[in-house]
Structure formats: structure tokens, C-alpha cells
Ligand binder design. Structure first.
Ligand SMILES: [Zn+2]
Length: 173
């Protein structure tokens, strides 16, 4: 009889077409500054956290993947482009993009790697002036902000429906 495993954390792509579950706490969280991760994430650096495949499952859909080097596949949502995984071929482990976790603050980076490619201004981020969203946007514009992204928890119903039962725009392939 199959043992019912407890989901400790979940995550997925912004559109919700791809969702995953973790059955153990991720660990080995790190920031990668390498040029390949910058490009793959479209970002200044890539926060990644590690899990064994045996403690991991895709729970909705499957990622597409791009082989970014002979030994590495990078998984992403083919419907919306969210970067999801980094994995060495044949490894028992997969790295997950921290931003795709439903609770990204659950993990804490322990090390920065790939620092030979680090973008110089990343060290200056903590010194930059700070604003909350309600300070950066007018009240009028803020009132019109409505996320079409998947919520930060698992859902039974996808694509998401609005209260009238119609598919929300921005969801689905
Ligand atoms: Zn997507």
C-alpha cells in the first residue's frame, strides 16, 4: 500500500500550469552569480535551494527543459517561462528556484557562488533607498493592481475561475 507522504512545501510557475511538492525540507540554499544563471533567470543572480528527487514530485504539469551545457538541464514552465529547476544529468538532486517556492522566506542562503561573474552593483542593493509598493504607486493605480499569477498555495481548480465561473485572463496555455 502506498504510504501517504506529507507535503512540507510547495511551489510552481507564475501561471500555475506547473506545480511541485517537497516531502522534506530543502537545504544547501545558495545564490549563484554565474553568467549562465543570470541569463537563465533573466536576473542579476539566481537563488537556488536543493532537494533530493526522492523527496520531490511534480504535482501539476511538467516543466520544459533547456540543456544549457553538456551536463546541465534547466527546467522552466513552457506556458509562462518561470525558471524552476537546475539539475546535473543523472544526479539524485535537483535545485529549485527559490522564487518559485510558495514560501521563499522558508529557506536562507548560506553561500554565494560564481562570484567571478557577479554584477558589481549587487553589493550596493542594501544601501539603496527603499519604498513599499503603496509608496511607489498612486492610490488609483494601486487599486487597479490585480494578480493573474497562481496563488502561493495548491489549488484544486486550474485554470483559476473568477466568481462568475469564467476563466481568468492570463491563465492557461
Ligand atoms: Zn507557467
Amino acid at each position: 500500500m502506498a504510504e501517504e507522504r506529507k507535503v512540507l512545501c510547495s511551489g510552481g510557475s507564475q501561471c500555475g500550469a506547473v506545480r511541485y511538492a517537497l516531502y522534506a525540507e530543502p537545504y544547501g540554499t545558495h545564490i549563484c552569480h554565474c553568467r549562465m544563471c543570470q541569463k537563465a533567470f533573466g536576473a542579476a543572480y539566481a537563488p537556488l535551494t536543493l532537494i533530493r528527487y526522492k523527496d520531490f514530485a511534480w504535482t501539476r504539469g511538467q516543466p520544459a527543459s533547456f540543456q544549457s551545457s553538456p551536463d546541465v538541464d534547466r527546467g522552466f514552465c513552457s506556458a509562462c517561462g518561470t525558471p524552476l529547476t537546475f539539475a546535473h544529468k543523472g544526479s539524485d538532486y535537483v535545485n529549485l528556484s527559490v522564487g518559485s517556492l510558495d514560501e521563499p522566506d522558508r529557506v536562507r542562503p548560506e553561500i554565494q557562488i560564481g562570484i567571478e561573474s557577479r554584477i558589481s552593483w549587487t553589493a550596493e542593493i542594501p544601501q539603496l533607498a527603499e519604498q513599499r509598493t503603496d509608496q511607489a504607486l498612486s492610490a488609483d493605480r494601486l487599486a487597479r493592481v490585480k494578480s493573474y499569477q497562481h496563488p502561493d498555495h495548491d489549488t484544486d481548480d486550474w485554470p483559476a475561475k473568477n466568481s462568475a465561473g469564467f476563466e481568468e485572463p492570463g491563465h492557461g496555455p
